[in-house]
Design a protein around this ligand. Structure first.
Ligand SMILES: *Cc1c(COP(=O)(O)O)cnc(C)c1O
Length: 406
């Protein structure tokens, strides 16, 4: 008799965005005349930058001719793209990352979700609270947690993000083996300083832990003192893996291209205490389970690194950041305390009330979709997230509806 992976039974009934979609669908069918404005899920609305489209076309044209056609590509990504990433995203910021430490993929969601499988089933894992749900759920599926109880999974170390720590949790007092960090943060929009990341790097060295650093939103940083990469911190090459994505930075949510950086120095230990290069384990994993990203997507991604591509993505992030400023100013004007919206496309708003009730209120009275903080963890209760990813007119309209409704 075929049986299921019992760990799946521990998962909370519904993925946050599935629950939201259900409530929005119910509202829409009850109010067909009142179009909702979505500032909920973090999805971009602008078309691909023209430079990327040109790169895409070039790749397709090559695939359409026998002379230039390419079949299976390298699982790690084409060298032309990995070289551009190493130079444009790291060397130019003073970080030493080699092209063979970069693994191109179809998403940071997949990579942050898959990476845990390189490690033992009995390691201790720390996650921020509130948190991007992928980090947690993938470890639940892998059997690294106990059951869901009182809003949390047994066996995980939760790192509370609070107004007191500016939503940048410090390292815990106990040792853990694997830590997930994300800055600029989803959902809180908080950013970490070099000093704060240095504390985490020192902690990881001390307890022989690995930090999985999600930098999906680094493109939104405008404050020059803030680190874009964890490799701007001394010692990070030994203890940190970094995830990046073109999804939010270059409008690739529907085109799919991301990458993961695993420096040669990052080590994990076997049962006999022998150190193994995590880079080689990830390479082995990707070679076995992944076929690489489609060639035209990689030529499109490469074009994002051209001077024109960079200008275009900068203009897009400027646009979304201007939306974020409007959102933050409006909500502050209504008397709410806000985090994020500066160096980040998300505004995290303290409502002080039940966050699903606030979500329902904004949906029913303003026809605007936001995200209830409770969906991101126990410490998200009393907060909501508003995303800046939409057209200016829609954001302005949503904010005036919210102003009228609240
Ligand atoms: C959107 C997002 C990503 C990017 O995911 P992709 O799979 O590359 O689209 C990664 N991490 C966080 C926290 C995100 O919000």
């Amino acid at each position: 008799m075929i049986r299921i992976n019992e760990h799946y039974r521990k998962l909370k009934a519904s993925y946050l965005f599935v629950e939201i979609a259900g409530r929005v669908a119910a509202y829409e069918s009850a109010h067909p005349d009142r179009p909702v404005i979505k500032l909920g899920i973090g999805d971009v609305t602008h078309a691909l930058p023209p430079a990327a489209v040109e790169g895409f076309r070039k790749g397709i044209t090559e695939q359409a001719n026998d002379e230039t056609f390419r079949g299976y590509g390298p699982e790690q990504g084409y060298e032309f793209l990995r070289d551009l990433i190493a130079k444009g995203d790291f060397a130019e910021r003073g970080c030493e990352i080699a092209a063979d430490e970069i693994f191109v993929s179809d998403g940071a969601k997949c990579d942050t979700g898959n990476f845990q499988e390189l490690f033992s089933a009995d390691i201790t894992i720390a996650v921020p609270d509130p948190v991007y749900p992928v980090y947690v759920d993938t470890n639940v599926m892998a059997g690294r947690t106990g059951i869901w109880r009182d809003g949390r999974y047994d066996g995980l170390v939760y790192l509370p993000g609070t107004p007191e720590n500016g939503f940048v949790p410090p390292p815990p007092s106990e040792p853990v083996d694997l830590v997930y960090l994300c800055f600029p943060n989803n959902p809180t929009g908080a950013t970490a300083t070099k000093e704060q990341l240095a504390e985490w790097v020192a902690y990881a060295h001390r307890v022989k832990a690995i930090i999985l650093f999600d930098a999906a939103y680094e493109q939104f940083i405008r404050d020059d003192s803030l680190p874009h990469s964890i490799y701007e911190i001394d010692g990070a090459r030994e203890v940190a893996v970094e995830f990046r994505s073109l999804s939010k930075t270059a409008g690739f949510t529907g085109t799919r291209c991301a990458y993961t950086v695993v420096p040669h120095e990052v080590k994990a230990f076997d049962s006999e205490g022998t150190a193994h290069a995590v880079r080689d384990l990830w390479n082995r994993r990707q070679s076995t389970k992944f076929n690489g990203v489609s060639y035209p997507v990689q030529t499109a991604a490469a074009a994002v690194f051209s001077p024109r591509g960079r200008e275009e993505i900068r203009a897009r992030s400027d646009y979304y950041l201007a939306n974020a400023t409007l959102i933050r100013e409006t909500m502050e004007g209504l008397g709410y305390e806000c985090t994020g919206g500066i160096n980040s496309p998300y505004v995290w708003i303290r409502t002080g009330t039940d966050s699903w009730a606030f979500f329902d209120d904004v949906l029913n009275r303003a026809g605007v979709v936001i995200t209830p903080g409770a969906g991101f963890g126990l410490h998200g209760e009393g907060y909501v997230r508003i995303s800046a990813f939409n057209d200016r007119e829609k954001v302005t309209e949503a904010l005036s509806r919210i102003r009228a409704a609240l």
